[in-house]
Ligand binder design. Structure first.
Ligand code: PLP
Length: 382
């Protein structure tokens, strides 16, 4: 079998229902050493916009933050880059310690990563298998689903409720052999919340042996409480943090998996190289930048509500969101809308098979949103 793993690890995989062939495939993937990149938001966005975008394109398709990193993060990057010939592991430890302290956790509950795609994929490799399924909301963020399918796990997609939250009762009942129950809060693509009480219910009633994976990529934009206290109570929950959204560091890369040490140990064992020191120091600077979350959250809320007012005024159907994106339904297939908007050099987000007439729009700068509104009215012939 593959030399990357010890005999014990190989045995563990076979016990989890993997075939030798499946295991070999996974071993080769990990041996590549390039990280577990099945898909991430920009790659998924690109699937709906083939080719290079024009220089003056309005790019509101990948839930990026056009504001970018805060000035303190930029200063930290400039400072540390001069010494970029060294690994500087201590900056990663400082990042983990700072994040742990802010989340009310011990440092060994935080495992840093270059963004949250990597730990999202690892969670699937560690906790799903051909006999342990993934349960997720529909529509939901697809990256975990792709990783789970890659290793032969079943995926149960449970429709969101009428109020667009995760249907926790149906998710808990979906499969007694669930390995991971994935809740994205606020959800991608809908930008809607699953209330805290429902998440607590799910944790108390999920199948034995399953892990709740709480993806809080967009939580900073909302007024919801983070789930870190559930981790502090040593529940079967792992939280994903990313600096790609509110902190504006999608290209710089920083993130973390937060969970009970025995749970995050399982994903650490897939190995990880040194993390980019630029992302680590920018992450620490962002975390310690006073009122950054509060200010950016308020700015996003204002811009988002302006978009809802525009939709109301022009009788455009939409789903109210608490995130940096929202979904509109203009009554034509979203793919068609996508193409028509692209002809106006406005690149909106993709659509989901469960809701084919809804397109996801990322909230960009005021200038970008003015161009979006103008193009949309033109496309709709209004
Ligand atoms: N989780 C969700 C819900 C996302 O939307 C994204 C990206 O858009 C990610 C995770 C991964 O982002 P990153 O790897 O940039 O942290």
């Amino acid at each position: 079998m593959h030399q990357l793993f010890s005999k014990e690890v190989e045995q563990d995989f076979l016990r989890r229902g993997f075939s030798r062939r499946n295991f070999g495939r996974l071993a080769s993937l990990l041996a590549g050493g390039a990280g577990l990149s099945f898909y991430n938001e920009p790659a998924l966005a690109q699937l709906s916009n083939i080719g290079a975008l024009p220089a003056d394109a309005v790019k509101i398709n990948a839930n990026e933050n056009p504001v970018g990193p805060c000035p303190e993060a930029l200063e930290a990057i400039a400072r540390v880059s001069k010494n970029g010939g060294r690994y500087q592991y201590e900056e990663t430890f400082t990042f983990a310690r700072t994040l742990a302290e802010l989340e009310g956790l011990k440092p060994n509950y935080v495992l840093p990563f270059p963004g949250s795609s990597d730990p999202l994929h690892r969670m699937m490799l560690a906790f799903t298998s051909p006999t342990k399924s993934l349960v997720m909301g529909d529509p939901g963020y697809e990256a975990g689903e792709r990783a789970a399918r890659f290793i032969g796990a079943k995926v149960h997609k449970v429709p969101l409720t009428k109020t667009f939250s995760h249907d926790v009762k149906a998710m808990a009942a979906a499969d007694p052999n669930a390995g991971v129950i994935y809740v994205c809060n606020p959800n991608n693509p809908s930008g809607t919340i699953t209330p805290r009480a429902e998440i607590e219910w799910l944790l108390a009633n999920k199948p034995a042996g399953s892990i709740l994976l709480l993806d809080e990529a967009y939580i900073h934009f909302s007024d919801e409480a983070y789930g870190s206290d559930l981790v502090a109570k040593d529940k079967d929950v792992v939280i994903l943090r990313t600096f790609s959204k509110l902190y504006g560091m999608a290209g710089l890369r920083a993130g973390a998996a937060i969970g009970r040490p025995d749970l995050i140990e399982k994903i650490r064992s897939y190995g990880a190289g040194a993390l980019p020191v630029t992302g680590m120091v920018a992450g620490t600077a962002s975390l310690t930048c006073k009122d950054l979350v509060k200010t950016r959250r308020a700015e996003m809320k204002k811009l988002r509500e302006e978009q809802f007012a525009f939709c109301d005024k022009h009788k455009i159907k939409y789903i109210p969101s608490v995130s940096n994106k929202w979904m509109i339904d203009v009554g034509i297939p979203a793919r068609e809308l996508n193409q028509k908007m692209a002809a106006e050099k406005v690149y909106i987000g993709r659509s989901w098979p469960a809701w084919p007439t809804y397109a996801r729009i990322t909230v960009g700068t005021p200038d970008e949103m003015a161009k979006f509104q103008k193009a949309l009215l033109k496309v709709l012939g209004a």
